[in-house]
Design a protein around this ligand. Structure first.
Ligand code: PCA
Length: 325
């Protein structure tokens, strides 16, 4: 008993003499290539936090799905395996349809509209994430989504039977509605999937096609501008509660800067990567009007389905977004 008391007293003295906040290392898994603008933004954010907290919190990013794959990142943070990370927001549409608000075809098709839609959706997202033991820090859009093929395509009929790489619920549904065969593949693995014929087509940004050098297997990119999905950075709520108020302010400041810088980078990266696809030998341009018309019809079906699934929360977001336009 006496020994226990002495040990406790010793431990208390040690706690008092230790600096108020011990240096902590926060590993931050990210799913996309190190050279991608989301990863570059995350690396700057990490540096900002490390510098701003005087090294009390050192964030180390792990891009390319090297620590956890995209599909594993949210759970890893929720369960405290890592304190922080980045994930595609619409990757959780199967948990709650509201997460897929940014992947409704033709609802928000420009950077401006995507920013408005995010503003309308953010309070609801924060609430849902909070209920899941997560704190939302910042979010950055991907460039507009277009269709990749290994042949010229001018109608939905010509898509029938094509193996289509999907990355969320909406992309898998798009495949079904166009008669294609969806197969879910992480961005980090698409070069391999296209090279081996596991997939022959996808909808994504010029950015992801460029990052993964898809011209080695595919030939056409149609700028459909169907939607602009988002990535977001989240922190485990328990990890967040352990952060001092001063350091929370630093992290929030760095997050605001990252959100702004990331959005700017996304715009810059759009044309740069479309040029890159062309330089790689791909045919890059708008889809023809007939195909766009057919895709818009499919978009209407998907909008109705989403509104049905997302209920009152979903409708409130879409209404708030439309009121801002
Ligand atoms: N790239 C990511 C998501 C959206 C995008 O443009 C991907 O294809 O996985």
């Amino acid at each position: 008993m006496k020994l226990a008391n002495t040990l406790l007293a010793g431990a208390a003295a040690l706690a008092v003499s230790t600096p108020a906040a011990m240096a902590e290392k926060w590993d931050m898994p990210m799913a996309y290539s190190a050279t991608n603008f989301h990863s570059a933004t995350g690396a700057e954010f990490a540096k900002c936090v490390t510098t701003g907290t005087g090294g009390e919190i050192e964030i180390v990013t792990h891009p390319s799905g090297s620590l956890f794959k995209g599909g594993e990142i949210k759970r890893a943070i929720q369960t405290g395996q890592v304190p922080i990370g980045e994930r595609l927001l619409s990757g959780h549409q199967n948990e709650n349809a509201v997460f897929g608000v940014d992947s409704i075809p033709f609802l928000a098709t420009s950077f401006d509209d995507a920013a408005k839609l995010w503003k309308a959706a953010k309070p609801t997202m924060e609430k849902i994430l909070d209920e899941q033991n997560l704190v939302l820090l910042y979010s950055v859009p991907w460039p507009p989504q277009g269709l990749y093929f290994k042949k010229e395509v001018n109608s939905v009929a010509e898509m029938k039977g094509i193996k289509f790489r999907s990355y969320n619920v909406a992309t898998a549904r798009l495949a079904e509605l166009t008669g294609m065969l969806p197969v879910t593949i992480e961005a980090a693995e698409i070069s391999q999937a296209f090279a081996t014929g596991v997939a022959e087509s996808m909808i994504s940004s010029g950015s992801t096609g460029y990052d993964r050098k898809v011209w080695e297997s595919l030939s056409h990119f149609y700028e459909v501008d169907a939607w602009l999905p988002r990535n977001y950075i989240m922190v485990n709520k328990d990890a967040w509660s352990g952060v001092s108020d001063g350091n929370k302010n630093v992290i929030l400041g760095c997050a605001e800067l990252a959100e702004y810088a990331g959005a700017w980078r996304a715009v810059e990266y759009t044309q740069f990567t479309l040029n890159g696809l062309k330089a790689g030998g791909m045919t890059v341009g708008p889809a023809n009007d007939a195909l766009v018309g057919e895709l818009r019809q499919i978009g209407e079906t998907m909008t109705a389905e989403w509104l049905e699934a997302a209920g009152a929360d979903g409708k409130a977001i879409v209404d708030a977004f439309k009121a801002m336009k």
